[in-house]
Design a protein around this ligand. Structure first.
Ligand code: FEO
Length: 396
């Protein structure tokens, strides 16, 4: 069995990255990431779909040459220009100088800007346009802002294969098999889709929903995204998860994300978690924002419907890791969440007020009360923490 054969005409030639510590120099990836690329060989022409990051040029070019088996690709389709998929484009252009790079007008503009490629190496396509490779056709549909303006998808109607770019993608390198139905433990990739979406795509949910709606008329049998497994057995599951994330729909559960300088705000968080557990809440996730992987916290916020944020008062403001976290949520347009806030102080009780102000203007349901702990007088704050626990349970 050739694990890289997706259909008779479509082969996988992507690579895995298990050594990059921060994706976009920002997001930790405990399970790594794959940069997926595909070769489509028609009876009259062949096309590479999506590329790879520059650091993997060697592995990637070997995969491409193997998939070509002595031929040259006529086209390289770029569904998304972000350099994790196009860093290898200059190498491909040198290796195959007659290959046309296919993208929409925005794609071409960006590729020229990033890599200084000449005008005559491009073929510009419009929404709905087709390109025949002989016995198979590539159809292009523009799906802007998933999560860049030039994003598009490519569909092969004869095979029901959708090359979706970052849409329906996830973190997590591939451990041998490429297609979901040849793997066990597939749930971990769905978990990584929460991380990927929360870190990378979450601000653009309404555009993701537009893209899903646009693709819904296609008879899709296989989804080939740019990150993670090829979806064949789980097409409807990944589309449903993306639809829910894009609409800020959530599972039942409570995320408690806190900062703490000397352990007092942490004690409030622990106390609240214990009270929730005593009240029968089973899904509770605590994160210390000074140490937690930011992507893990965002993944939990994407997944669960209730969030409590707790912060010490620091220079009359929020503790910096908490401020950065809340800013990331507001930037992503958090909505449809029940949110509780609480905090601590020594002489100026500002944290809870600042947290409530930070969520002003967002579409969240802010709970009362907002407990504030003075110094270490935990007994004084107990009744308000209890009341917040009760309010959370009532809202679940
Ligand atoms: Fe995987 Fe938006 O790049």
């Amino acid at each position: 069995m050739n694990v890289r054969s997706i259909t008779g005409r479509v082969k996988y030639c992507g690579v895995n990255d298990r050594s990059k510590t921060l994706f976009e120099n920002l997001w930790q990836m405990p399970l790594g990431v794959s940069y997926n690329s595909y070769m489509v060989r028609g009876s009259a022409a062949s096309a590479l779909i999506d590329g790879c990051e520059v650091a993997h040029d060697n592995d990637y070019s070997a995969r491409v040459l193997e998939a070509l088996d002595g031929a040259s690709p006529d086209f390289l389709v770029v569904n998304h220009v972000e350099p994790d998929h196009t860093g290898a484009v200059p190498m491909l252009h040198c290796l195959f100088p007659d290959m046309k790079i296919v993208g929409n007008a925005k794609t071409v503009d960006m590729l020229k800007g990033f890599y200084g490629l000449p005008d005559d190496c491009f073929r510009t396509v419009a929404d709905g346009e087709s390109l025949s490779l002989g016995d198979v056709t590539l159809r292009f549909f523009l799906t802007p802002m998933v999560h860049w303006p030039e994003t598009m998808v490519t569909f092969i109607p004869e095979e029901g294969v959708l090359f979706s770019g970052d849409a329906f993608g996830c973190f997590g390198a591939l451990d041998g098999a490429v297609i979901d139905d040849a793997m066990d433990g597939i749930d971990r990739y769905f978990d990584e889709a929460y991380r990927y979406y929360g870190c990378i795509v979450a601000k653009y949910g309404r555009f993701v929903l537009n893209a899903i709606k646009k693709c819904s008329v296609l008879d899709i049998k296989i989804i080939c995204s740019t990150h993670g497994p090829v979806w064949r057995a789980n097409v409807s599951r990944i589309v449903e998860q993306y639809s829910r994330m894009a609409a800020w729909e959530a599972d039942k559960g409570v995320v408690i994300a806190y900062g703490s300088m000397y352990g007092h705000t942490a004690a409030m968080a622990e106390e609240l978690a214990a009270m929730l557990a005593e009240r029968g809440v089973r899904t509770i996730r605590l994160h210390d924002l000074s140490y937690a992987a930011k992507g893990s916290v965002l993944a939990d916020v994407m997944r669960y419907g209730t969030l409590v944020v707790a912060s010490p008062t620091y220079n009359g403001e929020l503790f910096p890791p908490v401020a950065a976290f809340v800013s990331a949520l507001v930037e992503r347009g958090i909505e449809n969440r029940t949110v509780g806030v609480m905090g601590s102080y020594t002489w100026g009780p500002m944290a809870a007020k600042k947290l409530a102000a930070a969520f002003e203007g967002t579409k969240v349901n802010l709970l009362a009360p907002a407990p504030m702990l003075k110094q270490n007088l935990i007994a004084d704050a107990e009744s308000e923490i209890t009341a917040l626990a009760d309010a959370i349970v009532s809202a679940l």
